[in-house]
Design a protein around this ligand. Structure first.
Ligand code: CMP
Length: 136
C-alpha cells in the first residue's frame, strides 16, 4: 500500500553541500516528494518536534544542532514508505550504518547524522502534520 513518511535533511547535510545528492538518492529510490520546504527551525519548533527525547542527556545538543542552520523537511510517498525510508537512511550512528545507506555515505556522527525518518505510520502522520498542516 502506498503510504507516507516524514523526512528531514538536517543542517549538517546542507552545510556540507549534500542536499542535492540526498534528493537524488530519494528520487533514485522511487520516493515521490509530495511536499518539501527549506526552513530554519526555532527552538520552540525543534523542542516540540523532538519532545519525546526531552529527558535524554543529548536533548539540549540535539535542539541546538537542529536550529543551527537550514534544513529541508519533506513528505515522502512510496509503498511501505516508513520502513523503506528507514532502511535507506541506515542506523542512527553512521559507524553502524550499512553500506549504501544515506547515513553511511553522508553523516558525520550520531549527532550530525544528515537525515531523520519517522519510526512508525502513526508518528509519520504526526510529524507531517507538525510541519505541513499546522501553523507552527
Ligand atoms: P533522529 O532520527 O533525528 O531522531 C533523534 C535524534 O537524536 C537522532 O536522529 C540523533 O541525531 C540524535 N541522537 C540519538 N541518539 C543520540 C545520542 N546517543 N547522542 C546524541 N544524539 C543522539
Amino acid at each position: 500500500m502506498q503510504n507516507k513518511t516524514f523526512a528531514i535533511i538536517k543542517p549538517d547535510a546542507i552545510e556540507n553541500n549534500n542536499l542535492g545528492k540526498i534528493i537524488d538518492v530519494i528520487i533514485a529510490n522511487k520516493f515521490t516528494i509530495l511536499n518539501a520546504r527549506l526552513t530554519t527551525m526555532n527552538t520552540r519548533q525543534a523542542e516540540g518536534f523532538y519532545s519525546i527525547h526531552k529527558e535524554r542527556p543529548f536533548f539540549k545538543d540535539l535542539i541546538f544542532f537542529m536550529c543551527s542552520g537550514p534544513c529541508m523537511v519533506l513528505e515522502l510517498e512510496k509503498i511501505n514508505a516508513v520502513n523503506e525510508w528507514r532502511t535507506l537512511i541506515g542506523s542512527t550512528d553512521p559507524k553502524e550504518a550499512d553500506n549504501g545507506t544515506i547515513r553511511k555515505d553522508f553523516a558525520e556522527s550520531k549527532e550530525r547524522n544528515s537525515v531523520h525518518g519517522s519510526d512508525s505510520n502513526e508518528n509519520a502522520e504526526i510529524e507531517i502534520n507538525y510541519f505541513f498542516k499546522n501553523e507552527i
